[in-house]
Design a protein around this ligand. Structure first.
Ligand code: COA
Ligand code: AMP
Length: 640
């Protein structure tokens, strides 16, 4: 393994200081950012449990991500490389060129009326224009809300109604291996479904599909951007929102995670050298999508804030064209560091277990692999270490947090990795493990709810968009004084944090966060379904896959296969292909407690052939046997 500089004790000193003197610690980090006006207070604690960072400060995030590097001499360095195996394109933009494009796009948005504080939805595939649109919003002080392309029109419509965008930016299509996804008809359908109507849409026409434009509302990207007067950076308050990113919650209504400008820039900048061990000028690649938080933080903002070169990759780990795709990108663009989800490595391992494709590429500059988004199984972790011969870091993340809660901080101190653990809390994270009564567990290794003592560090979410009560209820109410992460796990005797499972209905499918509750809402709306449940079952590639259970209304005697096909289509149409909902079974009854709560956890354990305790409150234990038989009939729950 490549030797790393080890600085014993450096982590402990850093972490202790970040908790004991948060004002000093973060004020020092804030010096790495250009401020239009210095803050008056580092941490505003006047309204607990709500905290704000860098109150009184003013800055512009786009300035810090682009213009300041041009001013500082990086104008001719590559800022963004677009690498698209699905369209056979590679294109590079210097910082100077990116500034030119982004200020034109900002000008085009301004021309249709977008100003500071307005919301703009970005519904785009992985093309550079998506990044430009985000940065253009930041430039104007507008608030972007990116919606992942794999979501269906009703999901997009619910986000339109929640954040009420003045404008929407889209492209005519996305390119998935084997199919072209026409975005514009989905956007039109979403706007028709939504109560709120944007005043303008900006549409990037791609050569594979020409989108039909609605007169008076839609503008061709190339024309509008080409004609626009470049717009300058608008200073905003540090506490003003930079973006809203919707994520799955425990109901069908997604949560609008808010990110501010000041704390976000400071925290992300800190992570680049300290967590990722990357220096300005180096190439940093996050193989994610701008629709996810990893894409926001580590495709767009952090690498650019740090003066690195970032990569927008429109492709997959396998099949575009082979399982050597990642190694090709790393070697061709001389990446120092890459970040992806374990599922991508499972996909590569499945197709090329001996990593034969790796031998075709020069990986000399490659220093570290970071994994996040789902629990990393030890097999995948050790396989990645073995084939790459560089440090592999499993780090723990959430949309809510915007940057890693726990990691092995390669720029500070490299701890001996423990597969299955996400190592130690990062700056400002005071992680505790609490039992059901809200008390700390008694000893290392005891499992409980993973919580963080308030205040959370800068760059995390200060609230939910227009839903302060939901924010309090969902995250702060259960364990007063703490942020409930929704994950359960333990801290071992060496202080390593192990994230084991969610405590709510959220499942992780191919690194994508999904709510089984939202899928149940769709199944329940089928006219033949009386009752239903959705659980996440283990899957060797995607980590988890959703599986539906349907109890039919009395008298329904259609073939079950037809009903299953219909509900599968309904989930795809209403939530989107990203839900990967492909299987459901019809059962007579669902196992419940005496108070009527469906025993989803027990069903999941049966499906995955894990041992389980018979729940003391179960209404009728015989139902578990029926469920097991049904599961066995479709290949789960071990052998019959
Ligand atoms: N636009 C439209 N559709 C999309 C999409 C997008 N941006 N992204 C995915 N989809 C579709 C896929 O085409 C697929 O559709 P299908 O049911 O018709 O095949 C469906 O959504 C499910 O996608 P996914 O779960 O990603 O599965 P996949 O089979 O296409 O690929 C992996 C599997 C493992 C290769 C892929 O999930 C991957 O590369 N994951 C990397 C992890 C990642 O990006 N994580 C983000 C957080 S770090
Ligand atoms: P998302 O908001 O999509 O980033 O998903 C966040 C959730 O993914 C977390 O709450 C965890 O359940 C899971 N997760 C993310 N990273 C890890 C990790 N490294 N190990 C275990 N679970 C993780």
């Amino acid at each position: 393994m490549t030797a790393l500089v080890i600085k014993p004790g450096a982590y402990a000193a850093m972490h202790a200081r970040s908790l004991e003197r948060p004002d000093d610690f973060w004020a020092e980090q804030a010096a790495a950012i250009d401020w239009e006006k210095r803050w008056t207070e580092v941490l505003d604690s006047s309204r607990p449990p709500f905290f704000r960072w860098f109150k009184g400060g003013e800055l512009n995030t786009c300035w810090n991500a682009i213009d300041r590097h041009v001013a500082g001499g990086r104008g001719d360095q590559a800022a963004l490389i677009y690498d698209s195996p699905v369209t056979s394109t590679i294109r590079s933009y210097t910082y100077k060129e990116l500034r030119g494009h982004v200020s034109q796009v900002a000008g085009a948005l301004k021309a249709v009326g977008v100003t500071r504080g307005d919301r703009v939805i970005v519904y785009m595939p992985m093309i550079p224009e998506a990044v430009m649109a985000m940065l253009a919003c930041a430039r104007l002080g507008a608030v972007h809300s990116v919606v992942f392309g794999g979501f269906a029109p009703p999901e997009l419509a619910s986000r339109i109604d929640d954040c009420k965008p003045k404008a929407i930016v889209t492209a005519s299509c996305g390119v998935e291996p084997g199919r072209i996804v026409a975005y514009k008809p989905m956007l039109d359908e979403a706007i028709a479904l939504a109560h709120h109507k944007p005043i303008a849409c900006l549409v990037k026409q791609r050569p594979m599909v020409a989108a039909t434009l609605v007169k008076g509302r839609d503008h061709d990207w190339d024309e509008a951007v080409g004609m626009a007067k470049p717009a300058d950076c608008v200073p905003v308050a540090a506490t003003d929102p930079l973006y809203i990113l919707y994520t799955s919650g425990t109901t069908g209504q997604p949560k609008g995670i808010v990110r501010d400008n000041g704390g976000h820039a400071v925290a992300l900048k800190w992570t680049m050298p300290n967590v990722y061990g990357v220096q300005p000028g180096e190439v940093y690649w996050a193989a994610s999508d701008v629709g996810w938080v990893v894409g926001h933080s580590y495709i767009v903002y952090a690498p650019l804030l740090h003066g690195c070169t970032t990569i927008v990759y429109e492709g997959k780990p396998v099949g575009t064209p082979d399982p050597g795709a990642f190694w090709r990108v790393i070697s061709e663009h001389r990446c120092s560091t890459m970040f992806t989800a374990p599922t991508a490595f499972r996909a590569i391992k499945r197709e090329d277990p001996e990593a034969k494709h790796l031998k075709r590429y020069d990986m000399q500059r490659f220093r570290a692999l970071f994994l996040a988004g789902e629990r990393c199984d030890p097999d995948t972790f050790t396989w990645a270490e073995r084939i790459l011969k560089v440090p592999v870091v499993d780090h723990w993340w959430q949309t809510e947090t915007g940057w890693p809660i726990c990691a092995n901080p390669l720029g500070i101190e490299h701890f001996k990795p423990k597969p299955g653990s996400t190592a130690k809390p990062m700056a400002g994270w005071d992680i505790r493990v609490l039992d059901a009564h809200g008390d700390e567990v008694r000893k290392p290794g005891d499992i409980g709810a993973l919580v963080a003592k308030l205040p959370l560090p800068p760059g995390t979410f200060p609230t939910l968009w227009n839903a302060e009560d939901r924010f309090r209820q969902a995250y702060l109410a259960e364990f007063p004084g703490h942020y409930k992460t929704g994950d359960a796990g333990f801290v071992d005797a060496d202080g390593y944090v192990h994230v084991m499972t969610r405590t709510d209905d959220i499942i992780n499918v191919a690194g994508h966060r999904l709510s089984t509750g939202a899928m149940e809402e769709v199944l329940a709306s089928h006219p033949d379904v009386a009752e239903c449940a959705v659980i996440g079952v283990a899957d060797q590639l995607k980590g988890q896959l959703p599986l539906g259970f349907l109890c039919l209304k009395a008298g329904v005697n259609r073939p079950y296969g037809e009903i299953v096909e219909e509900v599968v289509k309904m989930v795809r149409d209403r939530i989107g292909p990203v839900a990967a909902f492909k299987s459901a079974i019809v059962v007579k009854r669902l196992p419940k407690t005496r108070s009527g709560k469906i025993l989803r956890g027990t069903m999941q354990k049966i499906a995955d052939s894990e041992s389980y305790k018979m729940p003391a409150t179960i209404d009728d234990p015989a139902i578990l046997g029926e469920i097991k038989e049904s599961l066995q009939s479709i290949g789960y729950a071990g052998k019959a």
